[in-house]
Design a protein around this ligand. Structure first.
Ligand code: KQY
Length: 365
């Protein structure tokens, strides 16, 4: 498929919101033992549940290394497509293609540079070259031409769009030293405008406390629909999350979106702090260059890392008293979609959650 030198804005393509209709979802099978404990077996079970659940609603493709092909094929439901693809880890939200569509029924993709969340500054593993090629391989499977940005680092989890001209990001992530230190905030914003085809960017200051992605927005806030944002929240003033969420609330409520609507914020209470146990820490291989999993470290747990698809919302839950509240709230916010809670501590232990391990392919006319 072709590599394009123009940009979506010039060519009349835009990134649709996740809540618009999908043609399908991609997932990468987990296997690296320096990120996933116990040989990645517990993670593989949960990834299987996520893929099989989503596959009830829309086509799912799981990409997997040759080493794990037979195991993945055996574990996943027959209705899940399994395709071999080399990879470094399993965060397709971040290394995968960001698809854009136009109103003539065409789909293309944006292929950002991927550097494992900060490259040699504070990246989470080395090397990451296989992951950086995932987007172009997805484009081959989807027969999409792609806009490749060799000089602009971005992960899909660091952006959300409302499909009507507004993007939402965090300064903590997009202005971090390990991404695009050669660009000013204004230049970064212009890249978002050109490649997502949005007119306005909402800049939340920080994301979830202790999030190893430098505060991806997808763990902190999400567009429920244009003009409505779900925000991770706590009432506990002693929790370091409180300041982050309060600042985001004040900022969003003071802002309008690209269409001039005031933003309505819906609070989604976070679970109680979740810490890595001794057993969990000991199950992960220690490898130079990979972020270690240390007993007692707080994980960046948030229900906002949910995935919205055709007729469903897949929500991470943690066996926490707040699970029920999050499910109820999300059902109110998405009255026409089935809420699918999935016990996701194993994904959280790897550093993200359901949204981070999924990537939608938007439907075209
Ligand atoms: O998007 C994410 N949350 C990915 C986190 C990567 C973690 C690698 N250990």
């Amino acid at each position: 498929m072709k590599r394009l030198d123009s940009c979506p804005r010039k060519d009349g393509f835009r990134m649709p919101a996740e809540f618009e209709e999908h043609a399908g979802t991609y997932i990468i099978w987990p296997e690296r033992t320096d990120n996933w404990r116990n040989g990645a077996k517990p993670a593989q079970k949960v990834f299987t549940e996520v893929a099989n659940t989503i596959g009830k609603y829309e086509p799912v493709t799981v990409v997997v290394s040759d080493r794990q092909y037979q195991n993945a094929r055996g574990m996943l439901a027959d209705y899940v497509r399994v395709v071999e693809m080399s990879n470094d880890d399993s965060w397709i939200r971040d290394c995968g293609a960001t698809f854009v569509i136009n109103d003539k029924g065409e789909r293309r993709a944006v292929d950002w540079s991927f550097n494992a969340w900060g490259g040699l500054v504070d990246g989470l593993y080395f090397p990451w070259d296989k992951d950086d090629r995932i987007a172009s391989k997805m484009c081959e499977l989807e027969q999409s031409d792609r806009y490749r940005l060799d000089d602009f680092v971005l992960e899909g989890g660091s952006i959300h769009v409302d499909g009507e001209g507004t993007a939402m990001v965090t300064e903590e992530c997009l202005l971090s030293e390990g991404r695009n230190p050669h660009l000013s905030k204004e230049e970064i914003e212009q890249h978002l405008k050109d490649y997502l085809n949005v007119d306005k960017v909402l800049w939340i200051h920080e994301g979830i406390y202790n999030d190893e992605t430098n505060g991806h927005v997808d763990n902190m806030a999400n567009f429920v629909k244009p003009g409505v944002v779900a925000l991770a929240w706590t009432d506990d003033v002693n929790d370091p999350q409180y300041k982050r969420s309060s600042e985001a609330l004040a900022y969003l409520e003071s802002e309008t979106d690209a269409k001039g609507r005031k933003i309505k914020v819906e609070k989604i209470y976070t679970p109680k702090p979740i810490l890595i146990s001794k057993e969990e820490s000991e199950g992960v291989d220690a490898v130079d260059g990979t972020l270690p999993r240390v007993e007692g470290d707080r994980l960046a747990a948030s229900y906002v890392n949910y995935y919205t698809g055709n007729g469903f919302v897949a929500v991470p839950v943690f066996n926490d008293p707040h699970d029920e509240l999050a499910i109820k709230k999300l059902q109110e916010l998405y009255p026409d979609r089935k809420i699918e809670p999935i016990y996701a501590r194993e994904i959280l232990l790897g550093g993200g959650n359901i949204h981070c391990i999924t990537q939608q392919v938007p439907k075209i006319k």
